[in-house]
Design a protein around this ligand. Structure first.
Ligand SMILES: [Zn+2]
Length: 577
């Protein structure tokens, strides 16, 4: 029975309701029966309204109204499937409906919306695109404004299905989008859906991030608290206690339609995980790191985390909120076990700095009472947990303070001295030392290169003399050639380095300022400690060893200055002679 536009359509209404309607995802997955019970309990008000609007009664009412108002449609019957999922078509009601169509007793199917027909795009699309049209059946999905006899419109509506049905088209589209995204990321364009906390999208250019002042202040506060020695959990606690809205709340208040992952609490609070995420995100340095994860292909929604090397990183993509120096300090502190004094937020200036010099475990702080007075001790945790040290290395905090302060003062005075020498000798002296040093390395490598080249030549003679076989010749020749190539690329690198050193590049002494600006220090404070000290090791004999930050720079500068001094002496000698 094929009807023309002017004839009457004999319609079957079809309703469907499944228990898990609320947890059915758009991609057609359904929650298991046991889970769906939980989901019902959790979803609350939202759930009831969806359930009501989808109830069979409501679907029936809507379809009846539609039929009544359509002059060309005559109702011939209804089928429904109550408690059946939309991810397949093995539903008794639907099977009966198809039979009725096949028997020619009806030529029109009406549903409330597409998802009532089915939730699997491919299968649903097959019915809409192929099966119904081939049977001459008119298909209407009221709320999605789908009506297969309204030709132009129908084509448009079915396009979304085509996207999902046609595999090759879908793959092509997916690849195009991926490429487009990759190009945008490489250009430093921000393409995620939401700006990170501390930034907002620029009004002028939606692919650019600009600083969101209010949130940026909180980001700075979080970094400052970490440097002070707070743990991530303590920082979260601090922010919650001071009523600072979490990123999630902040976005909600700002009117963004950002959806929080966890909704069970009416107000989402700061947590240690969020704090850690903020403390490790290089976005605050002005870096745009994108493409951190990807799905294996367009069909699989599950994302896979990519290796760091695969990320697309663009530096200076936007204004930084945190300095590189503070960021580095925080990264170092994050790897440490920060002990706070219980019941008190104030952090001891040397928290997390002490390690056992023998077993390299952390040293933990303890309190002991002696004659109504408290004493603080550090004890090797490797001993405490019976991993390594046999003695507890117990060291009283009191004496340590002074030792550390004195060591800092000594180190600062050495750096101050270095700076004076640097001024006296002039940058040029250091530059020529650096260049000379590279020249030496170039000389060594060139000598080695010549040696390897000679070996390779001898090899050929050895082959001619019959000392080695042809196969041996080939494999050894490859070995030497590989070495020669490697040496050549080392030499190329050194030549480049020499050229830039000669221009004075890399003569960065900013690290010295960080010591020098503290030259009048009289007591230990947290900022001083974390800026200048990497770690403090305590040995069994209670001796301590302090590793300062910038120790490589210090050593190198010391060596340059020593050599510059030698050069000057030599020059003096030449002048005198
Ligand atoms: Zn130990």
């Amino acid at each position: 029975m094929v009807a023309t536009n002017n004839s009457i359509w004999y319609a079957i209404s079809y309703m469907r309701l499944s228990k898990d309607d609320n947890v059915e995802k758009e991609n057609g997955r359904t929650a298991s029966q046991s889970n769906s019970d939980d989901a019902e309990a959790n979803i609350g008000g939202q759930h009831i309204s969806t359930k009501e609007s989808n109830s069979i009664t409501n679907q029936r009412k809507l379809i009846q109204n539609y039929i009544t108002s359509s002059e060309d449609i005559q109702f011939v019957g209804e089928f429904y499937d109550d408690g059946y999922t939309g991810t397949n078509f093995e539903r008794p009601g639907f099977v009966k409906l198809m039979q009725m169509l096949k028997d020619g007793k009806a030529n029109c199917v009406i549903v409330k919306d597409l998802s009532r027909l089915g939730r699997d795009y491919i299968e649903t699309g097959k019915y809409i695109e192929k099966i119904f049209p081939s049977m001459g059946v008119r298909f209407i999905a009221i709320n999605d404004q789908v009506d297969s006899i309204r030709n132009n419109q129908a084509d448009e509506i079915i396009i979304p299905f085509k996207n999902l049905i046609n595999d090759s088209y879908c793959r092509e589209l997916s690849n195009k989008l991926r490429n487009q995204f990759r190009i945008q990321r490489q250009n430093g364009e921000f393409i995620a859906n939401f700006a990170f906390y501390g930034y907002k999208r620029s009004m002028e250019d939606k692919h650019k991030l600009v600083v969101d002042d209010a949130a940026a202040e909180i980001v700075k506060l979080i970094y400052a608290k970490k440097i002070e020695g707070y743990s991530c959990a303590k920082i979260a606690e601090y922010l919650n206690r001071h009523g600072v809205p979490s990123p999630c709340e902040y976005k909600k208040n700002a009117g963004s339609n950002y959806v929080c992952a966890f909704k069970e609490r009416s107000i989402s609070l700061w947590g240690a995980v969020t704090i850690k995420r903020i403390l490790t995100n290089r976005i605050y340095l002005g870096y745009l790191e994108q493409g951190k994860q990807s799905s294996p292909n367009y069909k699989i929604k599950k994302m896979r985390a990519k290796e760091r090397e695969e990320w697309i990183v663009v530096k200076n993509a936007h204004e930084a909120i945190i300095s590189e120096e503070n960021f580095e300090i925080v990264q170092r502190l994050l790897n440490r076990d920060t002990m706070t004094v219980s019941g008190n937020d104030a952090v001891y200036p040397l928290s997390g700095m002490f390690f056992c010099g023998d077993c390299h475990e952390t040293m933990t702080r303890y309190k002991a009472k002696r004659k109504d007075k408290y004493f603080y001790y550090y004890i090797c945790s490797g001993h405490k947990w019976k991993r390594g040290c046999t003695s507890n290395h117990s060291t009283e905090v009191f004496g340590l303070h002074e030792k550390v302060l004195n060591a800092i003062k000594l180190q600062i005075s050495m750096v101050v001295e270095m700076e004076e020498l640097l001024k006296e000798y002039g940058n040029q002296a250091i530059i020529s030392v650096k260049v000379k040093r590279i020249d030496e390395l170039i000389g060594q490598n060139r000598k080695e290169l010549n040696r390897q080249q000679e070996f390779r030549m001898k090899l050929y003679e050895n082959k001619l003399d019959g000392i080695i076989s042809h196969d041996e010749y080939l494999s050894m020749k490859k070995k030497y050639s590989d070495k020669i190539d490697a040496l050549q690329s080392v030499l190329d690198g050194l030549e480049q380095e020499r050229a830039s050193a000669a221009e004075g590049a890399g003569l960065n002494c900013s690290w010295m300022q960080r010591f020098i600006e503290n030259k009048n220090v009289t007591e230990l404070d947290r900022q001083l400690v974390v800026t200048l000290i990497d770690k403090i090791e305590i040995f069994e004999d209670k001796s301590i060893e302090i590793t300062f930050n910038f120790k490589d720079e210090f050593r190198q500068m010391k060596e340059y200055l020593a050599r510059a001094a030698q050069d000057m002496d030599r020059r003096e000698v030449v002048k005198d002679a």
